[in-house]
Design a protein around this ligand. Structure first.
Ligand code: BES
Ligand code: MN
Ligand code: ZN
Length: 517
């Protein structure tokens, strides 16, 4: 697929299809205004006839009698004042899916004038969304549903005032392409069924990524895990014939620095629940229990290509969770890499077990900060639905910094508390910890459990159980895996590389309002 950035006037273009943004204030400017004039007020007519109001997600498709611009897809972006660059992910994705299914292979996108305030980010979001929109998730059909094939994307940024810098547009489009392709790679990994996506397959995918994108790679097999005393992950993999793997990717962008950010992703390639077996309904969705791991591998591939000045480690504990004859039984006790003993009272709470050893291992490999992502608890789907990622951690400044950056990407993150009270709930009568603490605050007790394995290292835990995959198609995205939180991982790594860690003076914020003077 070819991507071109064009800043010439609209009337010099020959286009198969042009996508134009409109807002709810009904004011046409930039390319939308030029086009309206060329087409004798056709867009103004859409407003006055009531066909569109400019609301977010609205669409109107026009065949023009114009010889140079054959088709126009008008897409609503909602309120102009609330415009954010990340809205262009949905704008472009919806256009690609609409026009692509009509067998259109070349698309031109007009950037709204509002994008001039964030040129690089806008171009990046638009191209990212267009590429993510292409992915068809019926990859195992001999005849896919609606094959979308896009050969060319043209980014039109013409304004009379030349407000769009060409360099920033080109740079943004390049980033968007890398990001979009990594998103689709991650989603394709997640789509692969358990029989074609075992821990060994996941390790092979990571190894290939390391070769193509200049990353260091190593992997621990089960013997090496025994040597490292990783009893928690080994306790999970016992129930399966497929051996576990501890997968590591490393990018060294700042050799002079001791700082190292670790991204850790749960890589359960199938979660049956083990002896505490899950109900049969929708159990097939548990092939998606490696989405956190896939997002880490995808993010590392982007980091390898963008090469920011920062050190990043990717760790993916990969295992199946099956009820084989040697499987962990409820009541069994395992010892994690840091020596802590865990009573496994529910073999279905396996994610926190594989992560326990992965978090310890990330620290052994020199991580000075850690962010983990995991499809960890069903309770997460109850609390934040399929909309936001539960975000927990042990360092308020680190969490705030992450939230500020992550929430600009179009992915949503919401801060949840790891109160001290939860620590007693995950204690065991017989061992240091128990892996299941029942239903109340299920996502938070899981987070509290993980906290035990990071010691004092600043750490953020992302529970992506509700957001890693979606059961319904949307206008801009096929149903199935979403690659969340890949976009946030990348944006945060870029911000850390450019600006370092943000420190806020949060001491006053902990005071009761009445205590502040
Ligand atoms: N992988 C599941 C969590 C999950 C559920 C992800 C639904 C996506 C959708 C996890 O391993 C699990 O089974 N968690 C248990 C924990 C409980 C036993 C403490 C759960 O949430 O029921
Ligand atoms: Mn489970
Ligand atoms: Zn699981």
């Amino acid at each position: 697929m070819q991507i071109r950035v064009v800043s010439d006037s609209l009337d010099t273009q020959k286009l198969t299809a042009l996508v134009v943004p409109v807002f709810s204030d009904r004011r046409l400017d930039g390319i939308a205004a030029q086009l309206d004039a060329m087409l004798g007020g056709a867009i103004t007519d859409l407003y006055s006839s009531g066909e569109i109001a400019g609301k977010s997600g609205e669409r109107a498709f026009l065949h023009t009698a114009d010889r140079s611009i054959k088709r126009v897809l008008v897409i609503g972006l909602g309120e102009r004042e609330k415009f954010e660059a990340s809205a262009l992910v949905r704008y472009a994705g919806a256009a690609v899916r609409h026009l692509g299914k009509l067998n259109i292979h070349s698309l031109a996108f007009a950037l709204p004038l509002e994008a001039q305030h964030h040129v690089r980010q806008s171009a990046s979001c638009l191209i990212e969304g267009a590429i993510a929109g292409i992915l068809d998730t019926t990859i195992y059909r001999t005849e896919p549903d609606h094959p979308i094939q896009i050969d060319e994307i043209i980014l039109l940024a013409h304004t009379d005032a030349h407000t769009f810098q060409a360099d920033a547009l080109t740079e943004g489009a390049k980033r968007g392409r890398i990001l979009g392709e990594a998103i689709n790679f991650t989603r394709t990994l997640a789509l692969r069924p358990g029989n074609e996506m075992t821990p060994i397959h996941l390790a092979t995918a990571a190894k290939e990524i390391s070769r193509t994108h200049g990353l260091a790679y190593h992997v621990l097999d089960e013997d090496q895990m025994h040597t490292k005393k990783m009893g928690a992950i080994l306790g999970v993999s016992r129930g399966s014939d497929e051996p576990a793997r501890m997968i590591v990717l490393e990018y060294t962008g700042d050799p002079s620095s001791k700082e190292k950010l670790a991204l850790v992703g749960k890589g359960i390639t199938f979660d049956s629940g083990g002896i505490s077996i899950k109900p049969r309904e929708n159990m097939e969705d548990m092939k998606y229990d490696m989405c956190g791991g896939a997002a880490v591998i995808g993010a590392m591939s982007v980091i390898g290509q963008l090469r920011p000045k920062i050190n990043v480690l990717g760790v993916v504990p990969a295992s199946e969770n099956l009820p084989g004859p040697r499987a962990t039984k409820p009541g069994d006790i395992h010892r994690a890499m840091n020596g802590k003993t865990i009573e496994v009272n529910n073999t279905d709470a396996e994610g926190r077990l594989v992560l326990a050893d992965a978090l310890c291992y990330a620290r052994e490999l020199g991580a000075t900060r850690i962010i983990d992502a995991a499809t960890l608890t069903g309770a997460m789907v109850i609390s934040l639905g399929h909309v936001a990622v539960g975000t927990m951690g042990n360092d308020e400044d680190f969490i705030k910094h992450f939230l500020r950056i992550a929430n600009t990407t179009g992915e949503r993150f919401w801060h949840l508390p790891l109160y001290e009270e939860f620590a007693t709930i995950v204690k065991s009568e017989i061992a240091d910890l128990r892996n299941s603490a029942g239903r109340p605050a299920g996502s938070l007790t899981a987070g509290k459990f993980l906290e035990t394995f990071v010691d004092k290292t600043p750490w953020i835990h992302l529970d992506i159980a509700g957001t890693a995959y979606l059961g319904t198609e949307s206008a801009h995205q096929a149903k199935g895996p979403t690659a969340v939180p890949l976009r946030a991982f990348v944006a945060f790594v870029e911000d850390l590389a450019h600006n370092g860690i943000a420190k806020s003076n949060s001491s006053t914020e902990k005071l009761h309002p009445a205590a502040r003077t």
